[in-house]
Write a protein that binds this ligand. Structure first.
Ligand code: PEP
Ligand code: MN
Length: 358
């Protein structure tokens, strides 16, 4: 992934949409002075509802080509159709990105990958709108299978009915972290603009991405954000982007400091043995579940008892709070444990039924 390795973070910035020639030139000039790596602008916009501004198409590509020439600034655009790819390449795009609404559709992703077969242009794949790591990886693999080697993943959050924590899209960090665990070789870029939907929270999410060992950032930048034709609430000025980038603390995965290394190693060993204990205790708890399965079968009781489950949620929540642990977190852990316990008990019942049948 050498393309994205030209800096950490690898910075992609530019407006949500290329609106006018002046807006493209003004943004490109300011960003080129800041040394960003790639200029972004949407020229075909996937809009949620019809009747909104859908991009300037070829006219916008011409402005991007002109800005590239004038400011020596490589650029990237979103592509969703075969024709988009052909035009983007014709006007000299240096990288392409696939939007969240396209990644969900394997037929469409395959079509795009087929158009690019044998060409070596960097392709960045945004996460699908739903938190499905396999679907995201699947889209990436379709490009890789057709010979694209410089593939990156962009985390732009996941849509939901309610916007918990006040963001436009849920970050759902475990999803990109799992992607990185499975494919550490792929560059992972965070798009805090589409996650937050609000310019004043971009810095905080960009910092979190850096702390999660992301390789890059894509941040929507506009000379007059409040007047933007699309995504006005989340774009920042080039000056604001500079402040965000200057204040970013970029940490390394490893340290050369021996004392810290030794301390870290000690904490890891303690954690390893605590994890052993946790797993041993879970195994013991599951043995109890099997015994309960036997008993419930003998007494002809249901495996799932809502009143008992309510009591578990309540009491474990109280104990979590005693330890200053988040109640939601512990309840989530217990949901998983309870689910597995029910599976074990159902197994006991099934085995008993099979014995009767045979
Ligand atoms: C965009 O980057 O402007 C865009 C449309 O993004 P997404 O596909 O993440 O919604
Ligand atoms: Mn946008």
């Amino acid at each position: 992934m050498s393309f994205y390795k030209s800096g950490r973070p690898f910075v992609i910035a530019g407006p949500c949409s290329a609106e006018t020639r002046d807006q493209v030139m003004e943004t490109a000039q300011a960003l080129s002075l800041m040394g960003i790596h790639l200029f972004r602008a949407g020229v075909w916009k996937p809009r949620t509802r019809p009747g909104s501004f859908e991009g300037n198409g070829i006219a916008a590509l011409k402005w991007l080509a002109e800005a590239k020439e004038l400011y020596n600034l490589p650029f990237t655009v979103e592509v969703a159709e075969q024709e988009h790819i052909e035009l983007a390449l014709k006007y000299g795009a240096d990288a392409l990105w696939v939007g969240a609404r396209t990644t969900v559709n394997p037929f469409q992703v395959q079509k795009l990958a087929d158009v690019l077969k044998g060409m070596n242009i960097p392709v960045m794949v945004k996460n699908p709108v739903n938190p499905d790591v396999d679907l995201w990886l699947g889209a990436i693999e379709r490009f890789e299978k057709n010979g694209i080697t410089e593939v990156a993943a962009i985390h732009r959050g996941f849509s939901g009915y309610s916007s918990a924590i006040g963001f436009r899209n849920q970050p759902n960090w475990p999803v990109p972290i799992e992607l990185k665990r499975r494919r550490p070789d792929i560059a992972l870029i965070c798009d805090p603009s589409h996650i937050t939907g609000k310019r004043d929270r971009i810095a905080e999410v960009a910092q979190k991405a850096m702390d999660m060992h992301f390789d890059g950032l894509m941040i929507e930048t506009h000379p007059r954000p409040t007047e933007a034709w699309t995504d006005a609430a989340q774009q920042v000025t080039p000056a604001a982007l500079k402040i965000i980038l200057d204040n970013l603390v970029v940490r390394d995965e490893f340290t050369r400091d021996m004392t810290s290394q030794v301390q870290l190693e000690y904490l890891r060993q303690v954690m390893d043995s605590l994890d052993d204990e946790i797993i041993d205790l879970i195994a013991k708890r599951m043995e109890m579940s099997e015994k309960m399965g036997d008993l419930k079968k003998a007494c002809n009781m249901t495996v799932y008892q809502p009143a008992r489950w309510r009591e578990i949620v309540e009491s474990r929540g109280v104990r979590a709070e005693m330890h200053h642990l988040s109640k939601e977190f512990i309840v989530e852990v217990y949901e998983k444990i309870h689910h597995e316990s029910i599976r074990k008990q159902l197994q006991v019942l099934e085995e008993a039924e099979n014995k009767i049948k045979n």
